[in-house]
Design a protein around this ligand. Structure first.
Ligand SMILES: [Zn+2]
Ligand SMILES: [Zn+2]
Length: 1024
């Protein structure tokens, strides 16, 4: 049984394991320049998907290519282990929900459960990573939950605190009421969804007036019970307008829209004239001492709503600032779970986002609803649990990233981005709109924020290390204290004022963990300083495009805050993997591809090739099983077949490439070696520019040429017995072509490449140097000429196909015409190849004009606009063009004509529709470079030879069927009609040269197999 791709890969993986090939690929390059690669840490509490396969393939590709190019590439794995998803998973597993129940369950046990669950899928990840052929050191990964990692993160946080960039603030932040935690702006950016909501225009009665109202507008009616002010723009014009018995204040520009054309404008006033106007709030659930009046604010516009904006400071950033600026009260009617507090009696305990309708009903009941409207907008949802987020004023810890914004932007300019538009686009925009990093999370499973506060004097201290914690602690702290909740919470520090300091209860945003990895993966600065220096910054990082707001951002922010330095030189930002219809893959839709299943079915080489060769990885990629299967048959199997062919004959002849001996290279040898070196040159250039796709296409076309042209055309050279200079040249050429193709392909298809290369040389391809082009072997003219030969052959085949003439049927003559003035006499030196490939007796380059006739029509669509009134005459002239004129037009591309009125026109090729014809017994085909005409008429003689060739083919097929070794000479017995026997005797030389025979007999044997040849039975027997 032939081994499957997966079996082959498993065999090679075992050999790597045994020989320590991965380790050797790094230690071998000790002392060489390093090429630094950072692993963006995945989380191991979920299964890998197709997107991970792309990311890991590209990372492995770059590392293998750079290693083969002479660099040392250290590849440390990493695991991202903290964060809310882990907590939510454990909550689900324990069937508890929310913080109260976690506290009830016990924080220590909860943390232990989190720790256990983090590596639930580690085994699957390991299997996936190994079977994909991703070489990364999983024996010594960095793990964000480990003390050494956390200590490094603490050191970074403490140094940021030292600089005054880590502060406690009150900020309105995106908040998930379900997860009970705030989200960073980069997290928020990941969850926008289009939803339909209600906006409301409420009547705010002006104090002291019976029937005068300010019309306040809001897109979040649920915030109305917490109204503190109305904001107007100082410079906008407002009007008082009467409708019925009521008077309303509204922006002048919006009066038509708001009043629906009704009402009478009484007077125009400026926004600042409205300042301090006191009003009665629509609801009085909470008391507001300082508020319920009009304030001035620049963010108000008169492009929609009423031009007066309802202000609830707890639920909007602008609102919060406006209230702060005017010294008004802060009120909050929503609890941490997003429900109304008891103060809002009729709605207490209800989720606020679902109360817009209730609030509007309550307003209407008080006759304070002016208008309500449904509207569609994009609203942020929690990227984890999908709950709509609230904007919510919270106390929290922030990092003043805005203080280093300019440096981050400056650094971004020197990053090489793939694709390059990310620099100014997605990433540049994100930096431009950056806000301070909301770093604290009121949760449990994360790196604890290392800030201790004094309850008495308010002093803050942030230990840089475990040692400092021990020094500052009020009691003893063990060296191996676990740096997690609740253990660190038990440590109290001694304040200079004499009081005790307690740790602030928050843990930090997980993105800060992963952003710290350049430092924390080596426990810097506590250990490995030299190694860190060597491994900073990264030459390349590669992750999905969604990481522009995630890891790409956090790496840059942490590094700039900590050291001011840029952590990476190059970022490969990868598109998403979509299904074949362009839909996002998801388990629930059932269109997700499991990378491990694909590898087991087709092999990792095929999966990797499919991911890299089909389209550039920067854009979203349509992907399917079909692509992987195609990659296997087109690339992997083709190359493997060439190698099997070589191995078969090398085994028979005991060929040793090192052995001395004369060789005579054929023109095909020269050609394939020239092609090889040109491809080496091209692929290197593509890969140095991170163009994986163009590199793959170059290799694929070379493999195709090697298999379908070089090997096929050279096959007979391997057949003869013994060694001779021609055969030796063929062996050496194919050996070299295969060896270097394996090296070229090694980063793409590491298993296949290893199988071939180690089979040829006994060494590992991944320990070899990427091939360099040898200039003296490159012969562009020869490549050009052979490419023409291939085109001529291809065109001739297409004629045979169209005319349904079998390849085995010899034909008399082939004429070759160049499309432009061009000497094609060089084709004469390829006559034997063309004859053989096309099975045509005579090849005649050029000089066949008389065989081609033309029908010409004017192309009205192209010519009409150009020649207008001359069209009638032109049509006649075109149809009457002489053959020589058309031929000139085709060669030159244009033709000058003089019309009857003396006008000179320049007729272009595309102004005409030219059809070529051949006389009976001929057929033509053409491409941009050539027109070939094939004489298709058959003489008796040609027919006879055709029959003989069919019989030869039948014999070859029969040999194969009997599984006879290719080099075995046999006795052939043929029993057929007399005229067929005569034909065979006449063409004895052809028969003998085509078949490996000991003898040929025309007689009947006992066991013969019958073949139908041109409608007649021919009986064959083969004997050893
Ligand atoms: Zn959530
Ligand atoms: Zn104190």
């Amino acid at each position: 049984m032939k081994e499957t791709a997966f079996e082959r890969e498993t065999r090679i993986r075992a050999a790597w394991e045994k020989k320590g090939t991965f380790r050797l690929s790094i230690t071998n390059r000790e002392g060489q320049e390093t090429f630094v690669f950072y692993e963006g840490p995945p989380t191991a509490n979920g299964l890998p998907h197709a997107g991970h396969a792309l990311g890991r393939t590209i990372k492995d590709f770059v590392a293998r290519y750079k290693t083969m190019s002479g660099y040392q590439v250290i590849r440390k794995a990493g695991w991202d282990t903290h964060g809310l998803p882990v907590e939510l998973g454990v909550e689900k597993q324990l069937k508890i929900r929310g913080k109260d129940e976690i506290e009830q369950y016990g924080v220590e046990s909860f943390i232990e459960k989190c720790k256990e669950s983090v590596f639930s899928y580690e085994k699957e990840w390991r299997k996936f990573t190994e079977s994909l052929g991703y070489w990364v050191d999983m024996g010594d990964p960095y793990i964000t939950l480990e003390n050494s990692y956390i200590e490094s993160v603490w050191n970074i946080l403490a140094s940021i605190h030292d600089k005054g960039f880590l502060y406690k603030g009150h900020r309105v932040v995106p908040y998930c009421p379900n997860c009970e935690t705030s989200l960073s702006s980069h997290e928020t950016a990941q969850g926008y969804k289009d939803v339909s909501d209600l906006s409301a225009t409420a009547k705010f009665r002006i104090k002291g007036k019976e029937n005068e109202y300010l019309l306040g507008w809001t897109t979040t009616p649920w915030t109305l019970p917490a109204n503190v002010a109305l904001a107007v723009h100082p410079d906008i014009d407002y009007v008082k307008v009467r409708r019925g018995s009521e008077v309303f204040v509204v922006a002048k520009k919006l009066v038509g829209q708001v009043m629906q054309g009704e009402g009478e404008v009484l007077k125009v006033i400026k926004g600042h004239d409205l300042a301090d106007t006191a009003y009665e709030a629509p609801f009085d659930f909470v008391s507001v001492k300082n508020g319920h009046k009009v304030v001035l604010a620049d963010f108000v516009t008169d492009t929609n709503g009423t031009g007066l904006v309802h202000i609830a400071p707890a639920y909007g950033e602008d609102d919060y600032r406006a209230v702060q600026a005017n010294g008004l009260d802060f009120v909050n009617v929503v609890d941490r779970k997003g429900r109304y507090t008891d103060a809002v009696t009729p709605l207490a305990g209800k989720f606020v986002k679902e109360c817009d309708v209730e609030i509007i009903k309550l307003l209407a009941g008080k006759n304070l609803l002016f208008h309500k409207q449904k509207y569609e907008h994009s609203y942020p949802h929690c990227w984890r649990c999908d709950s709509p987020l609230l904007y919510y004023a919270m106390e929290g810890w922030f990092i003043r990233t805005t203080a280093v914004k300019e440096l981050m932007q400056k650094h971004n300019q020197s990053v090489e981005w793939f694709p390059d538009h990310i620099k100014e686009g997605r990433f540049g925009n994100f930096l431009e709109n950056m806000v301070d990093w909301n770093i604290g999370r009121s949760r449990y499973w994360g790196t604890p924020l290392n800030i201790w506060q004094c309850g008495e004097c308010g002093e803050e201290r942030a230990p840089h290390s475990i040692k400092e914690l021990q020094q500052w602690a009020a009691g003893a702290v063990p060296d191996n204290i676990e740096l997690h909740k609740p253990y660190v919470d038990k440590v109290e520090l001694l304040c200079e004022c004499g009081a005790s300091m307690k740790r602030t209860p928050e843990v930090i945003d997980v993105w800060f963990d992963s952003g710290s990895m350049p430092y924390a993966q080596y426990h810097y600065p506590f250990e490995n300083k030299a190694l860190f220096e060597k491994q900073f910054p990264a030459d390349v990082i590669a992750e999905g495009v969604d990481q522009t707001r995630g890891w790409f951002y956090s790496l840059l922010a942490v590094s700039v805050l900590f050291t001011g330095k840029l952590p990476y030189k190059r970022v490969l930002s990868l598109g998403h993997i979509l299904d074949e219809n362009g839909q996002k893959m998801s388990k629930s839709k059932g269109n997700a591809l499991d990378p491990v299943e694909l590898i087991e079915e087709f092999g990792a080489d095929a999966l990797r090739w499919a991911l890299l060769a089909d389209s550039a990885p920067w854009n979203n990629k349509r992907f399917s099983k079909g692509l992987v299967s195609q990659a296997k048959s087109k690339m992997v199997d083709t190359l493997l077949n060439v190698y099997s062919f070589y191995s078969l004959y090398a085994e028979i002849d005991q060929f040793d490439p090192e052995e001395e001996g004369e060789e005579t290279r054929s023109i095909l040898d020269e050609w394939i070696l020239s092609r090889l070196n040109t491809v080496i040159k091209d692929v290197r250039a593509f890969l140095d520019a991170y163009d994986f796709t163009a590199g793959a296409r170059s290799i694929a076309s070379f493999v195709e040429d090697m298999s379908n042209w070089y090997v096929r055309r050279s096959r007979q050279r391997f057949w003869g017995a013994g060694m001779n200079p021609d055969k030796r040249a063929a062996f050496r050429t194919l050996h070299e072509a295969l060896k270097k193709t394996a090296q070229l392909a090694a980063p793409y298809t590491p298993f296949l490449a290893e199988d071939i290369y180690s089979g040829l040389t006994g060494q590992s391809v991944h320990l070899s140097d990427y091939p360099k082009p040898e200039k003296n072997r490159m012969n562009p003219q020869l490549e050009q000429e052979m490419s023409s030969v291939l085109q001529v052959v291809e065109l001739t085949r297409s004629i045979r196909n169209a005319a349904k003439i079998k390849t085995k049927q010899p034909l008399a003559r082939l004429y070759i015409l160049p499309a432009k003035h061009q000497d094609v006499s060089y084709l004469l030196s390829y006559t034997s190849i063309i004859q053989d490939e096309t099975n045509v007796k005579h090849i005649q380059p050029a000089g066949t004009l008389e065989l081609v006739d033309y029908t010409v029509k004017l192309n009205f669509a192209a010519a009409g606009p150009k020649f207008g009134r001359h069209m009638v005459e032109l049509k006649k002239r075109a149809e009457g063009l002489k053959k020589e004129e058309i031929s000139r037009l085709l060669q030159d591309g244009s033709l000058n004509l003089e019309l009857t009125d003396g006008t000179r026109v320049n007729l272009q090729k595309e102004d005409l529709l030219i059809t070529k014809h051949t006389p009976e017994g001929f057929a033509l085909a053409e491409n941009d470079s050539f027109t070939v005409v094939l004489e298709t008429a058959l003489t008796e003689e040609l027919k006879e030879e055709g029959t003989v060739r069919e019989i030869i083919r039948a014999v070859q097929a029969y040999r194969k069927e009997l599984n006879l070794p290719v080099e075995l000479r046999v006795h052939l017995f043929i029993h057929a009609a007399a005229n067929i026997q005569k034909m065979l005797q006449k063409h004895d030389q052809l028969v003998q040269s085509s078949l490996v025979l000991r003898s040929l007999h025309f007689e009947k044997r006992e066991h013969m197999k019958a073949f139908m040849i041109d409608g007649k039975e021919v009986h064959l027997a083969l004997e050893k």
